[in-house]
Design a protein around this ligand. Structure first.
Ligand SMILES: Cc1ncc(C[n+]2csc(CCOP(=O)(O)OP(=O)(O)O)c2C)c(N)n1
Length: 917
């Protein structure tokens, strides 16, 4: 039996070892004199030859040790101190006094915004403590680093900053001082409806001139920032944009780093040498409920993680007040004490005053007590963490900027709720604190030396220094020196693209003439042709997550190459073949490996390039549809927020087209999810010519007219005869295809004497519907008309709008689907390869009896035909549904239905439905 107590003891000691980092000695020192000699030898090299040489010797010794079988206990963790020693810290170029004044005003206004909103309206939420910890991290960037435009570049070509979302009050506070936002705006923080409101978190959809990157859902910022930096290299390598000198800055929480998306792409950033990327992690040691790593140290853990992933790590742990203490600490007592202090304890230290810290931290042993002897309790209280010292931060940012060949992470230790006094700083509950009492507000005012009267404080008045004050002039001068204000978002690219005529890329689909082809093949063929267009071609970004061969895209490897910043350093095994695996620094395909989250992040970077880089791109991300909305739905939601423009192609879509693959691969819901995203136009075409019309419209809408929509199109891998455009005139069908429904067999003569039924089919199931039409006519003497539904979701939107307008007394236009079906006769049966809820979307607008069939329930491994039978969306099930509806209406005898049931199902009982569990 496992001894639980000894297990937890082991874990505890492991944690202590980890926490001790390099200080945790594995063995007893059996010869201290010899140890001292080795250490002195190293010290001598540092002192007389320099750190670089010492580093060389140390690394050389370490690799030699390994080669003779001596393992090192050295972890990827350095002592708990600043990476940049005091003597290497450059002079601070800013005006500390003015910056402090400004930071005080920003801190106050950010706090006031939240306090006022909650005082006035009670339930609006908001955060104070996060910005209180992040203020200096942001401000060093704003005053000294964030470039609004690259040298000599135009507007919209500066640095890109991903802001920690719940610190946005601080960004608003700055925009207020800068004059971009008014007091009225601040007063409407979190009150957006019908007024000059400010959104809670960065949302480009809601503030399209301001926020560039949606970060409100934890983890999305980090992964998007990485792929943004990578996309900038892609653009530069392909000669499409000059991105040299531009940086991507990402400000994230230490708690946020727990999200798999936050760390999942770190190695990509290192592998591709993204030295245009800087992460600043706000290590305030707390998240929402409590400490991030109560029994460990998050800074150590992140350091090891980032070093392991290949990043350059700069720690900013202690502020300048600690420098003197460190220099007096000859025996390393401070580092030893830190090595034994876990974050839960550090948090308690931050929540308490100088006297407490003297007793509980410095009182641990005489050496520490001696170090603090000259400090008053107030001095101890003022000992700052590195993330609250702009000089330390500046040194770190400057070093990050100069670093080449690797991305950099700055791990900045801060205090959550810094300056929020006894009721906020370091408190467990601080994350959600939205109100501060009068005494705390006054203490905050005093701590940050704000020129506010008690009455001002009581009313929580916003504070803006006079425009001609030195600090405001300084604020504007700093931003002027850095190219302007930020964040600012560009709404449209200065030039759109001209979409090539369909004849140059989609003619084959219009004249398919019964050729067997899947819609996936059709799409790839269109893409291959589009890539050849001189204007649009270079802007097309084909993106795959290790499924190019699945979708028949291998021909593109040779045609446009796979992007790799390293080119191709090997001779590919298939070099001699027509379709060889060609990697190239100018490659156009983004082959992301098995990371849908990464691939869609690339797609987001490309799909927002019109705004971020003033360069419209046309990305097509082609993936297993099941691994789209279902797996990475939140990233797609963020893309929508960011006003992405591009194509998401859900391949092998539907629940029955992917025979064999089964439960986890068969998608029956993505269209339902797509219907909830307002700017997503979703289509489930059955035929190549429908696909051509949709791709054509999408290109016109997105890259020519520059509308902020994106397209989700599902395609299938089932080969079947592709008809030419009925009647040879796509124009005549175009409206129906794009609005979502059109009559497929418009020229069929209907016999007046026959009972009538309308069959609606979509995507993969349209073929079954056409077969059912034949069976109804031939076997049951029923006149069935077939309608191709390319988009239930677009029909629903149109219907909702019409319904609403009518309700509100506007001139009412009939819903498109109502108009289309109203002149027809008989009940209406819809069948799709998606859950029934998809065709149900339009029920309110269907003019007569409406019956829906869909693929509810878990998928299975089997043939397409067996699957369609199982889910009851096959031709027989459609015929039975049609006859049942006709019998219910009295249009046919009930005996016909009975006969049909017997014919198609024998005497089998209904049994369990596919969705019954
Ligand atoms: C995906 C997701 N899950 C949960 C949340 C709710 N949430 C917002 S902030 C927060 C805590 C953040 O902690 P940390 O990253 O350490 O930032 P801090 O505020 O401490 O600086 C949580 C859980 C969210 N925004 N997104």
């Amino acid at each position: 039996m496992t001894d639980l107590s000894s297990g937890s003891e082991q874990l505890r000691s492991l944690n202590v070892q980890r926490a001790q980092g390099v200080d945790g000695a594995r063995h007893e020192d059996i010869d201290p004199q010899e140890t001292a000699e080795w250490l002195e030898a190293l010290d001598a090299v540092v002192a007389h030859v320099g750190r670089e040489r010492a580093q060389f010797l140390f690394d050389r010794l370490a690799s030699h040790a390994l080669s003779v079988g001596v393992e090192s206990a050295r972890t990827n963790v350095t002592p708990y101190q600043n990476t940049i020693p005091f003597d290497q810290q450059p002079r601070y170029p800013g005006n500390l006094e003015l910056e402090e004044k400004l930071a005080g005003a920003l801190r106050w206004n950010a706090l006031a915004m939240v306090v006022r909103a909650n005082k006035a309206y009670g339930e609006l939420g908001g955060h104070i403590a996060s910005y209180a910890s992040a203020a200096d991290l942001f401000e060093v960037g704003f005053n000294h680093f964030f470039r609004a435009a690259a040298p000599g570049g135009e507007e919209g070509t500066g640095d890109l900053v991903y802001f920690q979302p719940h610190s946005s009050p601080g960004v608003y506070a700055r925009a207020y001082l800068e004059g971009f936002l008014s007091e009225d705006n601040l007063q409407h923080y979190r009150r957006e409806i019908g007024g000059p409101g400010l959104c809670s978190y960065p949302h480009p959809w809601l503030m399209p001139d301001f926020w560039q990157f949606p970060t409100g859902s934890m983890g999305i910022g980090p992964i998007n920032a990485i792929y943004q930096a990578r996309f900038m290299r892609y653009l530069a390598n392909r000669g499409l944009a000059q991105t040299e000198g531009r940086k991507v800055w990402g400000f994230f929480g230490d708690g946020e780093m727990d999200e798999p998306e936050s760390t999942g792409a770190l190695s990509l950033a290192a592998r591709e040498g993204l030295d245009n990327l800087v992460f600043v992690i706000n290590c305030n040691l707390q998240r929402l409920d409590g400490p991030v790593r109560s029994n460990g140290r998050i800074i150590d853990e992140l350091e090891a993680h980032f070093i392991g992933a290949g990043w350059n790590v700069i720690k900013v742990v202690w502020g300048a007040d600690w420098d003197a203490l460190f220099s007096r600490d000859r025996s390393g007592a401070l580092l030893r004490a830190f090595a034994h202090t876990v974050d839960g304890q550090f948090q308690t230290f931050s929540a308490n005053d100088g006297a407490y810290n003297r007793e509980r931290f410095f009182g641990q042993n005489p050496e520490l007590a001696a170090l603090a002897a000259q400090l008053s309790d107030d001095d101890i209280d003022r000992l700052r963490r590195g993330g609250h010292d702009v000089r330390k931060l500046h040194a770190a940012y400057a070093k990050a900027l100069a670093h080449r060949g690797q991305p950099t992470v700055i791990l900045a230790k801060t205090m959550k709720g810094f300056g929020m006094g006894a009721s906020g700083q370091g408190r467990m509950t601080t994350h959600q604190q939205k109100k501060l009492g009068f005494d705390d507000l006054k203490a905050f005012r005093d701590r940050f030396r704000l020129p506010l009267t008690d009455a001002d404080v009581e009313q929580v008045k916003f504070y803006k220094p006079a425009e001609d004050s030195p600090e405001m002039q300084y604020l504007h001068a700093r931003r002027a020196a850095l190219g302007g204000y930020l964040p600012r978002r560009r709404r449209v690219a200065s030039a759109g693209l001209t979409v090539p005529p369909m004849s140059s890329w989609g003619q084959f689909a219009l004249d398919a003439n019964g050729r067997e082809m899947s819609t996936t093949m059709a799409l790839v063929r269109m893409l291959t042709a589009l890539l050849k267009d001189s204007e649009v071609g270079p802007r097309v970004v084909p993106i795959v997550a290790d499924e190019a061969r699945t979708f028949g895209m291998a021909n593109m490897f040779r045609q446009v190459g796979i992007y790799s910043p390293l080119g191709q350093m090997y001779e590919p095994e298939d070099l001699g073949s027509m379709l060889y695996y060609r990697e190239d620094t100018k490659g156009q395909i983004l082959e992301e490996g098995i990371s849908e989250a990464g691939a869609v992040s690339s797609w987001i970077a490309a799909a927002t390039s019109y705004s971020v880089h003033n360069l419209p791109m046309l990305p097509f991300y082609i993936y297993y549809s099941m691994f789209g909305f279902q797996r990475i739905g939140d990233l797609i939601w963020a893309a929508a927020d960011q006003r992405a423009r591009g194509f998401l192609i859900g391949a092998t879509s539907g629940k029955t087209t992917l025979g064999g693959e089964g439960l986890q691969h068969q998608d029956g819901t993505s269209h339902l999810a797509a219907s909830t995203i307002p700017n997503c136009r979703a289509y489930d075409p059955a035929f190549a010519y429908e696909l051509a019309a949709i791709v054509d419209e999408g290109m016109h809408e997105m890259v020519e007219a520059q509308r902020d929509v994106f397209y989700y199109v599902t395609v299938m891998n089932e080969n079947y005869a592709q008809p030419s455009v009925p009647g040879g005139d796509l124009q005549a069908l175009r409206e129906g295809i794009l609005k979502g429904i059109y009559r497929l067999d418009a020229d069929v003569q209907e016999a007046a004497s026959m009972a009538k039924v309308q069959l609606l089919g979509a995507g993969a199931i349209l073929g079954e519907v056409v077969a059912a039409q034949r069976m109804l006519r031939d076997d049951w003497h029923i006149d069935a008309a077939v309608w191709s539904v390319t988009s239930f979701t677009e029909l629903q939107r149109n219907g909702m709008t019409a319904e609403r307008n009518e309700r509100l007394g506007e001139a009412a236009e009939m819903p498109y689907v109502t108009k289309a079906l109203q002149a027809s006769q008989g009940p209406i049966i819809a069948a799709t390869d998606y859950v029934r809820a998809v065709p149900e979307l339009i029920r309110a607008y269907v003019p007569r009896r409406y019956v829906t069939l869909g693929t509810d329930g878990f998928g299975r491994s089997d043939t397409r035909q067996a699957l369609r039978e199982f889910f009851e969306v096959d031709r027989k099930a459609i015929v039975i549904a049609a006859l049942k509806a006709l019998a219910d209406e009295g249009a046919i005898e009930a005996s016909v239905l009975t006969e049909a049931r017997r014919k198609y199902r024998g005497d089998a009982p209904a049994g369990a439905a596919s969705w019954q569990c």
